[in-house]
Write a protein that binds this ligand. Structure first.
Ligand code: HEM
Length: 435
């Protein structure tokens, strides 16, 4: 669908066929990102990777991220942190289980996402109910909201004053200032810290690596502190919500499909036996769990509207698309395209059984991580977080709905924003599984 929103041309791609043409055959032409006000300001005028235009600068930052920060080896080195945080989460839920209490799983999984990424990025574990954790949670939440907010000036530049009048610009300025102070504090601590005294993790965290790259001047761009803060911002925005949202949608889908839940639980419990927990090495031996997560990413893609911008004139399905057209790739509509999917709105993990279709960016019927040059560089980390957490939740507990709630009452309403959050928290009753 091609339309003009004010003076800015906008194209929304909602079919798998068009996505294939746009992402595969015209990858370079579609590799820009639109300059949307909230995203630009919160990423230091596009200095991070996700919101920079396609350029030599973007190529260098992407290289830094994929080679130094999110390489397979680096992600594997974070495995003990993941194991520890998932185990703490299971212990926390066990506390609720022992007194038959309802848990707000959405809240617990979001807290897990934040503690995990803080340890990976800053090497620090914040006390979950402490003021520092709350502060970071609020800062990140506000940034996420503002990045997904509609600014009039993005589509009607002449009416930018409306954003000032509604107070949005002021709110954006405050969010940028607060986040900047937070990152600066982390940088100052890293520059001054005595690791042994402060009980900091031994392995280099992401900020350590960025500081080393800056000091060694080993990149083709001179990294300054704003570049580093922008990269951190990208990692946080990219990692926390997407993984948490995927876990919650998977658990929601399973609560609505008890037979699938039993089947995947049986697979996990048969493999793990009395070991007490699922470890990362076990994940490749859980094929049905993988189908369940693929199907959940198809039905509930965490980033439903991927923003791109055309860099040059191109032809799509016979239509001429001008440069600087804002393109939204609707990953949700694509993965529900009835031309490619039978009963597209049903949760049926078996559809991926004996199928070559995967979610890793090659098959345009389902692209939860995007595709092509701008595809998600955190895919492996995201999938590991989701698989490990879901596997342990299903191994350790039998999950029930609160009294009086039926499977069909579990809603799938969504909140607007760049990540597709479930609108109402997922409330469940855990029963500890006795091995
Ligand atoms: C289940 C988890 C995740 C999902 C579903 C997801 C999804 C996406 C999607 C759809 C995009 C846009 C891709 C495109 O334009 O084609 C993206 C980009 C990005 N993601 Fe992820 N993501 C996840 C996890 C992560 C993690 C764990 C990180 C970092 C640690 C991360 C960092 C990024 C970054 C930096 C970009 C921007 C890439 C660029 O513009 O060059 N993501 N992600």
């Amino acid at each position: 669908m091609h339309m003009k929103l004010g003076p800015v041309p906008v194209l929304i791609i909602s079919s798998a066929k068009l996505a294939k043409e746009a992402c595969k055959t015209q990858d370079l032409a579609f590799s820009g990102r639109p300059k949307l006000l909230g995203q630009q300001k919160l990423s230091y005028n596009g200095l991070g990777m996700a919101f920079s235009p396609y350029s030599n600068y973007w190529k260098e930052v992407r290289k830094i991220t994929t080679v130094h920060l999110l390489s397979l080896k680096k992600i594997q080195s974070f495995s003990p942190i993941r194991a520890d945080e998932v185990s703490r989460t299971v212990t926390k839920i066990s506390g609720y289980a022992s007194c038959n209490k309802v848990v707000n799983l959405s809240e617990i999984v979001m807290a897990l996402g934040i503690t995990l990424i803080c340890r990976i990025a800053f090497g620090k574990r914040y006390d979950e109910n402490g003021s520092e954790m709350r502060r970071f949670d609020e800062l990140l939440h506000e940034a996420q909201v503002l990045m997904g907010t509609f600014f009039v000036s993005d589509y009607f530049p002449m009416f930018g004053w409306v954003d000032k009048l509604t107070g949005l610009i002021n709110r954006l300025d405050i969010a940028c200032k607060n986040l900047d102070s937070f990152y600066q504090e982390q940088i100052d601590e890293h520059l001054n810290r005595d690791r042994a005294k402060q009980g900091v993790e031994d392995d280099d965290d992401i900020l350590d690596i960025l500081i080393q790259l800056k000091e060694q001047r080993s990149c083709s761009i001179d990294l300054n502190w704003d570049n580093i803060k922008a990269v951190l911002m990208n990692i946080f925005v990219g990692a926390v919500d997407t993984s948490a949202v995927s876990i919650i949608w998977t658990m929601t889908a399973l609560m609505k499909a008890p037979k699938v839940k039993e089947k995947v639980q049986a697979e996990i419990r048969n493999l793990i036996g009395k070991k007490g927990k699922v470890e990362e090495d076990d994940l490749p031996k859980l094929p049905y769990l993988k189908l369940v997560i693929k199907e959940s990413l198809r039905l509930y893609p965490p980033a439903p509207l991927v923003p791109r911008e055309t860099m040059e004139r191109c032809i799509l399905e016979g239509y001429e698309i001008q440069p600087k057209t804002v393109v939204y790739i609707n990953t949700w509509a694509i993965a529900s395209d009835p031309e490619y999917w039978e009963n597209p709105h049903e949760f049926l993990p078996e559809r991926f059984f004996n199928s070559d279709i995967d979610v890793k960016g090659q098959d345009f019927e389902v692209i939860p991580f995007g595709s092509g040059r701008r595809m998600c560089p955190g895919m492996f980390m995201g999938l590991t977080n989701v698989e490990l957490t879901v596997a342990n939740l299903l191994y350790s507990f039998d999950w029930e709905l609160p009294t009086g709630i039926r499977e069909e009452d579990v809603d799938t309403d969504v909140l607007p924003g760049i990540a597709m959050h479930k609108k109402n928290p997922l409330l469940l009753v855990p029963k500890k599984y006795i091995v």
